[in-house]
Design a protein around this ligand. Structure first.
Ligand code: NDP
Ligand code: HSE
Length: 443
């Protein structure tokens, strides 16, 4: 009887050996027996493409990546791989290398949300044409399994809404402001000192990173293509310590949220995709997400509310998600066929920012005298914006100069109506200042 031959190893090409790549390399090199058992064939790290082969690559706990695996010839490495793992980041050369891999029939795993949000459609098309996998669990919320649950576990349901805290740096900053009462600049400095925020914190603080993830989440949840340019984006730069303190007084915390929702019928509606700071009620599960953690709250017709929570960044947590994709891609490479495809059957129009519907909390300074509240309420009524609650702090307690703080929370209104209302309120004689306008989500 001839001996059954053992399957040939599956070759993995790793593009990048930085924060995430070093941990992916360690995961493959340290666990050959587990990986082979899960895949059904040995998994071999064929090489690692970097810019500099001279730098020593070592994990935080001292695992040294063998220098003979490093190469600057990424193209040659891609050409001899069964699975290409892209963790170099940026648009080029990542896009070209992924395209090259897909064309050659290799499966691709990437953590690159910026690339997917900008060039995702063409890459998914190329993967479809080639009949191979393009997997990206790590691109949204790091270690948290959210891509596969939305794409596969909820494939038979209708997702209505996704609310996500998908940027750990801004959650850390807002949490510091909430717990310690500090201003944004100081909290950002602390985030930088702890290594959460970059020296240039723009991508996080101004919401670009969260917007890329929002585009990916919306595309998955609504089986459509949402590009980065479709996402209305507002970062946290305008949030003050006073806003955070007022949020507390009204039973909320401020979070930077990625929101993707269907407005109208689930099979024939419009979608709204946006990133902005929002007041979240204290009793909402997202309010409990502290520090640099991430969470994604999904509302689906059948499943109801679901919450996914965990570490959204960091080498080891992110590599965990990458390695899960490597096992899936390698296994399918071995057994043939393809996983659940990117579903893009729907063509929901994406609403412009002004058409989004949400609740608002408006904080204004007014002259503290009879009739002012009625005047302000009248302007809201004229614009069809319905008031939910009003809270006034009188000049006697708040400010001896005869100025009072008025905090109005509205029922759901279109953003355009609210903006017109706020402009009209600002023109009233007794109104001294519109201090802040914040959206309220999750209630
Ligand atoms: P790093 O900057 O730490 O690492 C990037 C790696 O890619 C480096 O090894 C670098 O080489 C290599 N590289 C960059 N450009 C080239 C190039 N042109 N040719 C060859 N090699 C290149 O990035 P991270 O590990 O932090 O992030 C990687 C990806 O993972 C990004 O897309 C990021 O958005 C995503 N991600 C990161 C998370 C995190 O917590 N860090 C979380 C979730 C996703 P060299 O070292 O020689 O310069
Ligand atoms: N800068 C991102 C964050 C890293 O703070 O969440 C993960 O994408």
């Amino acid at each position: 009887m001839p001996e059954k031959s053992s399957p040939s190893p599956l070759r993995v090409a790793l593009l990048g050996c930085g924060v995430v790549g070093t941990e992916v390399a360690r995961g493959i090199l340290q666990n050959p027996i587990d990986l082979a058992a899960r895949v059904g064939a040995p998994v071999e790290l064929a090489g690692i493409a970097v810019r500099s082969v001279d730098a020593v690559r070592v994990t935080d706990d001292g695992f040294v990546i063998p220098s003979e695996l490093l190469t600057t010839d990424a193209e040659a490495l891609v050409d001899r791989a069964d699975v290409v793992v892209e963790v170099m980041g940026g648009i080029e050369p990542a896009r070209t290398l992924i395209g090259r891999a897909l064309e050659a029939g290799a499966a691709v795993v990437t953590a690159n949300k910026a690339l997917l949000a900008e060039r995702g459609p063409e890459l998914f098309e190329a993967a479809d044409q080639a009949g191979v996998d393009l997997l990206f669990e790590a691109a949204v919320a790091g270690a948290i399994p959210i891509v596969r649950p939305i794409r596969e576990s909820l494939a038979g349901d209708h997702v209505r809404r996704v609310l996500g805290i998908v940027n750990g740096t801004t959650n850390f900053v807002l949490d510091k402001m909430t717990t310690e009462g500090v201003e944004l600049d100081q909290a950002v400095k602390e985030a930088q000192a702890l290594g959460y925020a970059e020296a240039d914190p723009t991508a996080d603080v101004d919401g670009f990173d969260a917007a890329a993830k929002a585009a990916i989440l919306a595309s998955l949840a609504f089986h459509t293509r949402v590009a980065l340019k479709d996402v209305a984006r507002e970062g946290i730069r305008g949030v003050t310590a006073a806003d955070v303190a007022w949020a507390k007084r009204t039973g909320h915390v401020i979070k930077l949220l990625a929101v993707a929702e269907v407005i109208g019928p689930v099979d024939d509606g419009d979608i709204s995709v946006r990133v902005h700071p929002a007041l979240v009620p204290d009793d909402h599960p997202l309010a409990a997400v502290r520090g640099a953690f991430n969470a994604v709250f999904v509302e689906a017709d059948g499943a109801g509310p679901l919450m996914f929570y965990g570490q959204g960044a960091g080498g080891r947590p992110t590599a965990s998600a990458v390695l899960g994709d490597v096992v899936s891609a390698a296994r399918r490479r071995l057994t043939g066929g393809k996983g659940v495809r990117e579903s893009k059957g729907q063509a929901f129009p994406v609403l412009p920012a002004e058409a989004a519907i949400t609740r608002f909390q408006v904080r204004l300074a007014i002259a503290d005298r009879p009739g002012v509240l009625a005047q302000v309420a009248g302007v809201l009524a004229e614009h069809g914006v319905s008031i939910d609650t009003v809270r006034q702090t009188s000049s006697h307690t708040e400010d001896q100069s005869g100025i009072a703080n008025l905090v109005i929370t509205t029922h759901a209104a279109r953003e355009a109506s609210l903006r017109a209302t706020v402009d009209a309120v600002a023109r009233l004689e007794p109104v001294r200042q519109i201090i802040s306008v914040l959206r309220v989500e999750g209630s």
